[in-house]
Design a protein around this ligand. Structure first.
Ligand SMILES: [Mn+2]
Length: 312
């Protein structure tokens, strides 16, 4: 093997941003743990999000970090320099047993948190944040910020309570969650008028793209609570389908790259981010690979902003 390797993005094993892989978690010693949840049994329309972790990892290799971080001239900053990021692989999936898949997710996140890491979860459909936020009980109270086209506030249908249409309702029931903000919500979805009433009665702040564009990213950030901890869940379909077509329930009129990343930076400025997920990327509908690329980039940008704020 060559001693001085160039390690170009198309070579090697595609971990997230080509960071080291750790499958034996007893040895885990890192600042950030990447965890894939290749689960799409909670999907109500088009499946395929089980391939999201692989698609995002593959697309992310173009941003190979290799310890040096990355320079972004728009901020004149070198982000993520010295931050230890490890790819911890995927949660084990059991076909025909959705509840066991979610239970495995819960247990894996609990184990990662015991290592004192920032968990970054790559979904999977939008059921995934239910076991993730449940596992974060000891880190409460924290505020949950959802980026999504859909409200995801359905209570239950024919006994289904933890599918992709239910996560924010389930999160609203968690005593360790202090509040919820829902950004990008628009158009038809599985939630009814009644569900919107319930979300508002709970105390949710709901911001659609029209209001977002009236008040701008800064106005949106100003509506979030201050000095609290945040967990952020990003459903890919919050983005406009022209930018991110590779998702099971695309919805016209979504946010663009700068709109979401400017708000994510504002969140990182405003309080401690204790974890986040990016869900609902389905590479089989992603003809050009742009969705996986945008997802990888948003994850990277958000990580950069979070650790920029953790500097002494
Ligand atoms: Mn969703």
């Amino acid at each position: 093997m060559a001693k001085n390797k160039l390690n170009l993005p198309f070579t090697g094993i595609s971990s997230f941003c080509r960071v080291p892989i750790c499958e034996n978690w007893s040895q885990l010693d890192t600042d950030v743990a990447i965890l894939g949840v290749p689960f799409d049994l909670g999907t109500q329309v088009k499946p395929g999000a089980r391939f999201g972790p692989r698609g995002i990892r593959e697309a992310s290799t173009i941003y190979s970090l290799q310890g040096a971080g990355y320079y972004d001239h728009e901020f004149d900053k070198n982000f993520l320099e010295g931050v230890r990021i490890v790819d911890c692989g995927d949660v084990d999936m059991i076909h025909m047993d959705a509840q066991q898949c979610l239970q495995n997710t819960y247990e894996d996140v609990l184990e990662l948190l015991s290592k004192n890491v920032l968990p970054v979860i790559i979904g999977g459909d939008h059921s995934v944040p239910i076991p993730v936020t449940r596992a974060m009980k000891e880190l409460g109270p924290f505020h949950v910020i959802q980026f999504d086209a859909h409200l995801d506030f359905v209570d239950e249908r024919l006994g289904v309570r933890e599918g992709q249409g239910n996560p924010i309702r389930r999160i609203s029931e968690m005593k360790h969650v202090s509040g919820i903000s829902q950004i990008g919500i628009r158009g038809p979805g599985s939630s009814s008028r009644h569900d919107f009433d319930d979300a508002l009665a709970y105390g949710s702040t709901i911001i659609g793209p029209r209001q977002f564009r009236q008040i701008g990213a800064k106005g949106v950030i100003d509506m979030l609570p201050k000095g609290t901890r945040f967990y952020v869940t990003i459903d890919c379909d919050v983005l406009d389908p022209s930018l991110a077509p590779g998702t099971g329930s695309p919805s016209p009129g979504g946010l663009d790259y700068y709109e979401i990343t400017d708000v994510l930076r504002g969140i990182a400025d405003r309080g401690e981010v204790i974890g986040f997920d990016f869900c609902e990327v389905a590479p089989i509908y992603d003809q050009t690979g742009v969705t996986c690329q945008v997802a990888a980039r948003i994850i990277l940008d958000f990580l950069g902003a979070i650790f920029d704020n953790r500097k002494p």
